[in-house]
Design a protein around this ligand. Structure first.
Ligand code: SAH
Ligand code: DHB
Ligand code: MG
Length: 221
């Protein structure tokens, strides 16, 4: 199975290139203990998100979909001391696990978890006139991903990066006849971006321990 090979390569990558990380290990263990679905980004993807945060020089990050705070920790760590990450989560149970994990990581001062449907929280952020975010990581429910993208735009500036997870879905994104609500949602995003001059975007396929998926990256014009 290709997936076994991809997992072996992920294991090799992490063993070679990542330091051992008790805080992230504890975050994963706490998420498992609380029976959260094991759908967080892989370690390699998490480190990639942190490195992306660093190369952008991001100071303000918005995340949609906190789960147990695993991606949150990777990103928040890459922020400067005075940086800020707002992460949106609909599940109080997930947010509680994330809060403990973020505290253990010593990142509570930089991270704000907002509980509720992401679209409502984003409308509230816009209403508050919050300073624009430099990076948005879109990783909540997939059927609404095109709406999330639209709701991001008032919260960013020219040059901001919007990174969307899970846009390939084992290749199903290329299947116009798919009846999977997640695939239909992701395809709506691609259709929306066709000829859309507000951003410059591409999608990059990924393989690894999470199978065949991908990130869509958009830079705001
Ligand atoms: N970013 C996390 C994984 C997120 S999984 C990581 O990589 O570590 C997706 C999360 O989105 C789940 O916790 C789920 O509860 C949350 N979610 C689902 N629908 C949502 C909505 N409408 N608004 C906000 N969060 C939502
Ligand atoms: C699912 C969600 C994710 O964010 C992910 O990375 C993988 C799977 C899901 O809802 O199945
Ligand atoms: Mg995801």
């Amino acid at each position: 199975m290709a997936d076994d090979l991809w997992t072996r390569v992920d294991d090799y990558t992490v063993a070679a290139l990542h330091d051992s990380d008790p805080v992230l290990e504890a975050a994963l263990a706490a998420a498992k203990e609380a029976n959260l679905p094991p759908i967080q980004v892989s370690a390699a993807q998490g480190k990639f998100l942190g490195l992306l945060t660093q190369v952008i020089g991001a100071r303000r990050v918005l995340e949609l979909g906190t789960l147990g705070g695993y991606s949150t920790i990777w990103i928040a760590r890459a922020l400067p001391e005075t940086g800020r990450l707002v992460t949106l989560e609909i599940s109080a149970e997930h947010a509680a696990v994330a809060r403990t994990n973020i505290e253990r990581a010593g990142l509570s001062g930089r991270v704000e978890i907002r509980l509720g449907p992401a679209l409502d929280s984003m409308a509230a952020l816009a209403e508050e006139g919050i300073d624009p975010f430099d990076l948005v990581f879109v990783d909540a429910d997939k059927p609404l991903v095109a709406d999330y993208f639209e709701a991001c735009l008032p919260l960013v500036r020219t040059g901001s990066v919007i990174l969307v997870d899970n846009v390939v879905r084992q290749g199903q994104v290329a299947d116009a006849s798919s009846e999977d609500a997640n695939v239909i949602g992701v395809r709506r995003l691609f259709e929306k971006l066709k000829g859309d001059k507000r951003v410059e975007a591409t999608a990059l396929q990924t393989v690894g321990q999470k199978g065949h998926d991908g990130f869509l990256m958009a830079v705001v014009a």
